[in-house]
Design a protein around this ligand. Structure first.
Ligand code: SF4
Length: 561
């Protein structure tokens, strides 16, 4: 299952109704969007059956040859460190969530420790399948046979391996009996990939990776802290995040944090896995080792620069609309960048909104958007860093680009979407790869006062026909009437923007952001539109009461304007 991120409104109906851990969150220039986690999705189709939106699609990929992945390191060239020395006991705590292979990494460590001649005690706590529950392992190596608790005493772990960042931090929590790590005792190796919890997917909770990393650094041995987005590396080099666990064993080993020799560990891998699993886990272990020795080979991809982004959009417009329109696009962007001081990310956002509105209707429509933004900016405050304009760029775009069936069809079949999918799924047509889609749509039409709504499993060719049917917007005058009414209301509101003091300005910032809370399709969206209008009314009440006659008639219904 895939989610078309341009079509997703981030209303969270799918995550709330399914609680599916195969869903994830991706950051885009239009804000966060839901995506599917390729490693965790089990393709049961529950997200699409919610019928909340047309974002979900079944993706079928046919290949003639395996996906080309970056070359794996040659493990024989890596020099193995000496096992870490210890006096009597050495304790390792492994933290993660169900499905991450905590038990498998424990099995490898326990078998390797027995080969070293240690006496081993361990305790695994199992979670509910995939991400619904925390899983941990306590492993204690002892040089002599003795009676030991299988649980690591308070703050006494020598090594914390956090395959999940959040669960690693729980290992520091003094409110529970699992406070195993401490600043004077514990070295830490952690995967900094953000795995959303069910509550954070539902939008009722959230956490910051940077805060959790700082916490780990404060409460473990700072000089022995090591963190990286292991899941990104595992996905890119090995095609799946299920190897995070053994990749991290490789990191811990190569940093000299385990009292285990390479020979014992390799022997333990052979005993713990068979067939392809053995081969892949050994590759992951070598990859983790190489990551410690050559971190420069595994850097993050840099975000696309503004210049390259604009070149790309101009080039796309040249293909779709001709040279003249493409140059006008670029000239209008240059004009806007001079008039509105913004950071590159915000400039890219404006350039994307303008570009998409050309596709939504035409250049005249996109120009009317940009003219409104420039007029708004001329009334905005330089002292406030044009904060209201920077919010209005996205808000005005959202109310103008109504996600009707024509626009959704475009977004589901745009060249940008195909290019993104090709990169995501590793599609290379020159090697014989083919990708096919089945989209789960529920079109709705109002014809002569009658409403038609039906389920449609559409193919790309159908949507490619539909995306050209812009004439329907004029023909079916009542089509998406409530969204149009909301659009007109907000456009009128923007025209009233003339804050007189800092308190007014603060109020306007909140008003300008309101359309960004209006998310979702049809029945999910309508109550949010009414709530936004009511909130704006409440925020602007003060201005109405101040005798400012611009607001005298600004009631909830835009028709009264
Ligand atoms: S639009 Fe809402 S229901 Fe659809 S994928 Fe996005 S968050 Fe989920």
């Amino acid at each position: 299952m895939g989610v078309a991120e341009d079509v997703c409104e981030y209303c969270l109906e799918c995550t709330v109704k399914t609680g599916c851990p195969g869903l994830n969150v991706a950051e885009t220039l239009h804000g966060p969007k839901i995506t599917t986690d390729e490693s965790n999705c089990v393709n049961d189709g529950a997200c699409a059956r919610v019928k909340a939106c047309p974002s979900f699609e079944k993706v079928t990929i046919r290949r003639r040859a395996p996906v080309l992945r970056p070359a794996l390191p040659d493990a024989s060239r890596l020099i193995a460190p000496k096992p870490v020395a210890f006096d009597d006991l050495f304790r390792v705590y492994v933290a993660g969530i169900g499905g991450m292979g905590i038990g498998a990494s424990t099995a490898v460590m326990v078998r390797a420790a027995q080969k070293e001649g240690y006496f081993v005690q361990f305790c695994d706590k199992k979670g509910i399948a995939i991400r619904n529950g925390g899983v941990y392992s306590h492993v204690t190596f002892s040089k002599k046979e003795q009676v030991l608790s299988p649980i690591i005493p308070y703050g006494k772990a020598d090594l914390l391996i956090g395959i999940d960042l959040l669960e690693a931090v729980r290992g520091l929590d003094p409110d529970y009996n699992l406070r195993v790590a401490s600043a004077d005792h514990t070295a830490c190796v952690v995967n900094t990939a953000k795995n959303p919890t069910i509550l954070s997917l539902m939008g009722v909770d959230d956490f910051k990776v940077s805060y959790l990393e700082e916490t780990l650094q404060r409460f473990t041995r700072k000089e022995e802290y090591w963190g990286a987005d292991i899941s990104r590396i595992s996905q890119k080099w090995l095609g799946n995040v299920i190897y995070d666990n053994t990749l991290m064993l490789g990191v811990a080993f190569q940093r000299g944090l385990l009292p285990l020799s390479l020979e014992s560990l390799l022997g333990a891998f052979h005993e713990s896995f068979g067939g392809a699993a053995r081969e892949n886990n050994l590759k992951a272990f070598a990859l983790g080792r190489d990551l410690v020795v050559h971190p420069e080979n595994y850097g993050e991809e840099l975000p696309q620069s503004l210049a390259s982004f604009l070149d790309e959009k101009e080039g796309a417009l040249r293909k779709s609309h001709g040279r003249s329109l493409a140059s006008r696009y670029r000239r209008r962007m240059d004009e806007a960048f001079v008039k509105i001081p913004m950071e590159d990310k915000e400039r890219k956002q404006l350039a994307l909104c303008f570009y998409e509105l050309i596709h939504y209707e035409n250049l005249a429509f996109a120009n009317s958007y940009l003219d409104r933004i420039l007029s708004f900016a001329s009334r905005d405050s330089a002292a406030q860093g044009h904060a209201a304009t920077r919010i209005a760029i996205e808000s005005l775009y959202r109310v103008l680009a109504i996600k009707d069936e024509v626009w959704v069809s475009h977004l589901l079949t745009s060249p940008e979407k195909y290019a993104r999918d090709a990169k995501r799924y590793g599609i290379d047509p020159s090697r014989g790869d083919r990708i096919e889609y089945e989209h789960y749509n529920r079109p709705h039409f109002d014809v002569l006062g009658m409403k038609f709504e039906f389920d449609l499993n559409s193919k790309d060719w159908m949507l490619k026909l539909m995306r050209h049917a812009k004439f329907l917007r004029k023909l079916l005058w009542n089509w998406h009437a409530r969204e149009k009414d909301f659009r007109d209301w907000f456009v009128h509101l923007m025209d009233q923007f003339r804050p007189r003091n800092a308190a007014d300005y603060e109020r306007w910032l909140k008003v300008m952001a309101l359309p960004q809370d209006v998310r979702g399709y049809r029945d999910v969206r309508y109550p949010k539109m009414e709530a936004a209008k009511a909130k704006a009314s409440e925020l602007l009440e003060v201005l109405r009461g101040s005798g400012d006659d611009r607001f005298a008639g600004l009631a909830v219904d835009s028709k009264k304007k």
